[in-house]
Design a protein around this ligand. Structure first.
Ligand code: ZN
Length: 149
């Protein structure tokens, strides 16, 4: 690839990279429950009632997806407190892999949301350093949903 083409591709990749606002979708009442559950886990860990292996059990693939496909969040990991966390979204539904499709770009998210069939998106916060991971939200995609562009 020529340097100019690499630069154009690089710019396209930057513009197409997922951001936190892409994955927040619509706030729902269940989000509060996920936040409370998260705080409970963090509190139990800080009190020494659960060990780090239990709260930082992200699979290697999840950590890689956080680095390469995740939307970086302006927040440090609640466990190691050093690394920035990322949101990673997996979408499940008809004609998608059984283990879900890890969404890597705005374009892919839009394409999935334009499907006629209903899909479920699971957004997980992940620390690629220590392996902390927690469910942030479950949202609907596709069907009659209108995802803001
Ligand atoms: Zn961490």
């Amino acid at each position: 690839m020529s340097p100019a083409r690499i630069e154009r591709f690089s710019n396209f990749k930057q513009q197409n990279r997922l951001e936190r606002s892409d994955l927040i979708l619509v706030e729902s009442a269940a989000d509060v429950e996920f936040r409370l559950a998260r705080q409970l886990v963090v509190d139990l860990w800080k009190q020494g009632k659960i060990d780090m292996e239990t709260v930082c059990d992200a699979q290697p693939m999840l950590k890689r997806n956080a680095i390469h496909c995740g939307a970086p969040i302006d927040e440090n990991c609640p466990i190691c407190e050093i690394s920035q966390i990322s949101y990673v979204a997996y979408v499940f539904g008809p004609r998608l892999p059984a283990h879900g499709r890890c969404v890597s770009s705005k374009g892919e998210l839009k394409r999935l949301n334009s499907r006629k069939t209903k899909l479920s998106a699971y957004v997980i916060e992940v620390c690629s350093s220590c392996g902390w991971n927690h469910l942030v939200k479950i949202a609907s995609l596709g069907g009659a949903q209108n995802y803001p562009s």
